[in-house]
Design a protein around this ligand. Structure first.
Ligand code: UGA
Length: 468
């Protein structure tokens, strides 16, 4: 099928590359001429596993980039809107880009005057956006009956976006008309029939992947709510386990054991129950606030979401207090920070709890030497404070008073502890991601402070201050 994707950001670019991979002809549109030139020249603007391979394989063949919405509409049977929906100052989603694209789509449809096409909202949007897109398009001259609007929320995670797209837990297609639903089914047919996954050149299947993929066809409004409710539920799991971790700290229990115990109940499951320094990223913080705003708009207070957000914000402060309690004073301390990205496997630092913590540490008078395998360039763009960037974890740790783990990169969980200890001024690790077992750290001779587990403090020098 011929598909247009408007927006070449995270969601748009991954979707465009994956649609090409499953056999469609795709035009991906962006209004940023510089970005288009870079994409056409072979650049891969985001750090995402398998994306370079897919772009290389399909660019100039089944995947083309263009600056013209009109070209994409003319050529395509389905046009996906994948532009940003940032957070407005009041917490609601700012839908001005979606509205601007809807107007352009309407003008292009009015010009095209031919076949029926579907417009698909892929960006994360509040309920009723589908109806608004429809209204705006009609007001702007899209001929009645020439189009329908579907809602097809994306559930991809940064770092595994390509495999999330090609091996999804589910595909949600919100369509209020059968002819629209039929096109959505046809688009995803290579995944729902299992045909793609059988191909010899398919991107390798992750272990737990469900094959063939399941498509759930719902009303447009339900699909919109499924996206917000899914992200809110996942964030709630994280805040829940963080709150439990705090109780574990108070009573001397071990949150990892508690997580094992509750997660073994198949109704609960272990995933997204990793305690830490709180969730971040471009989705959860923004989507929780947007969902809350939508709920309020329609007369429901949904205070549970307030609490999820509050626990998340408190979690960072708590970690900061932990650093203080371990090191006594912060002014003048040299700290090695491992991790700046909002989670492992990505170079994205948007709403990264690591960045927020680094800002606080600098304000407190620490000097920070940071290392991240992928996010140092992005962090240079956003960090207002000056920090030193190191070439490796060990270089960051050199002569530091303590090492902090702020991002769950795999390599941070496999450090050579002897080498790290030699590099550090004091063998102190404060681990915001629970990447090590306290027993192992005790054996390695570290003072080790983590989340929701008893501290290891073999060194008299690390005097315990009153608990945060
Ligand atoms: C999230 C959802 O997981 C995707 O399903 C969704 O499509 C996406 O948002 C979106 O709306 O576009 P993402 O933001 O890439 O994906 O990252 P996650 O893997 O969900 O992690 C979010 C944050 O939660 C990270 O800061 C991570 O470190 C934290 N987290 C995650 C925890 O603290 N504990 C956990 O157990 C899991």
């Amino acid at each position: 099928m011929k598909i247009g994707v408007i927006g070449s950001g995270y969601v748009g670019l991954v979707a465009a590359a994956c649609f090409a991979e499953i056999g469609h002809d795709v035009i991906c549109v962006d209004n940023d001429a510089e970005k288009l030139a870079a994409l056409n020249a072979g650049a891969v603007p985001i750090h995402e596993k398998f994306l370079p391979e897919l772009l290389q394989k399909h660019r100039g063949k089944r995947l083309n980039f263009s600056g013209s919405v009109h070209d994409a509409v003319r050529a395509s049977a389905a046009i996906f809107i994948a532009v940003g929906t940032p957070q407005s100052e009041t917490g609601e989603a700012d839908l001005s880009y979606v509205e601007a694209v809807s107007r352009e789509l309407a003008h292009a449809l009015a010009e095209a005057k031919d076949d029926y096409k579907i417009i698909v909202e892929k960006s994360t949007v509040p309920v009723y956006t589908n109806a608004w897109i429809h209204r705006v398009m009609e007001q702007n001259g899209a001929p009645q009956g020439s189009f329908d609007v579907a809602s097809n929320p994306e559930f991809l995670r940064e770092g595994s976006a390509v495999t999330d797209f090609l091996y999804p837990d589910r595909i949600v297609a919100g369509a209020d008309q059968e002819r629209c639903a039929a096109i959505m089914r046809a688009i995803y047919e290579p995944l729902t029939s299992g045909e793609y996954q059988k191909r010899a050149d398919a991107i390798p299947r992750p272990d737990a992947a469900r094959v063939p993929a399941e498509i759930i066809v719902t009303s447009a409004k339900s699909a919109e709510l499924i996206k917000h409710a899914s992200n809110a539920f996942l964030a709630m799991k994280i805040s829940f386990i963080n709150a439990v971790a705090n109780i574990c700290e108070s009573v001397g229990a071990d949150v990892q054991q508690v997580r094992e115990g509750i997660g073994a109940d198949s109704r609960i499951g272990k995933r997204f129950l990793n305690p830490g320094i709180g969730y971040g990223g471009s989705c959860f913080p923004k989507d929780l606030k947007a969902f809350h705003a939508v709920a309020r708009e329609f007369g429901s207070d949904f205070r549970l979401l307030d609490e999820v957000i509050r626990i998340n914000e408190e979690q960072r402060q708590r970690f900061l207090r932990k650093i203080r309690a371990t090191l006594w004073t912060l002014k003048g301390k040299r700290l090695a920070v491992l991790g700046l990205a909002f989670k492992g496997g990505t170079d994205d630092v948007r709403e990264s709890p690591a960045i927020a913590l680094v800002e606080c540490l600098i304000k407190e008078g620490c000097s920070v030497v940071a290392y991240d395998p992928a996010a140092m360039d992005k962090s240079r763009e956003v960090l207002n404070s000056s920090i030193i960037y190191a070439e490796s974890s060990y270089a960051a740790a050199k002569d530091a008073d303590a090492v902090l783990i702020l991002t769950d990169w795999e390599e941070f969980g496999a450090l050579d502890l002897e080498r790290l200890k030699t590099a550090l001024k004091f063998p102190i690790m404060i681990d915001g991601r629970n990447l090590y077992s306290p027993k192992r750290m005790a054996e390695a001779g570290f003072t080790y402070v983590s989340v929701g587990r008893p501290d290891v403090a073999p060194h008299k020098s690390a005097v315990k201050a009153p608990r945060a």
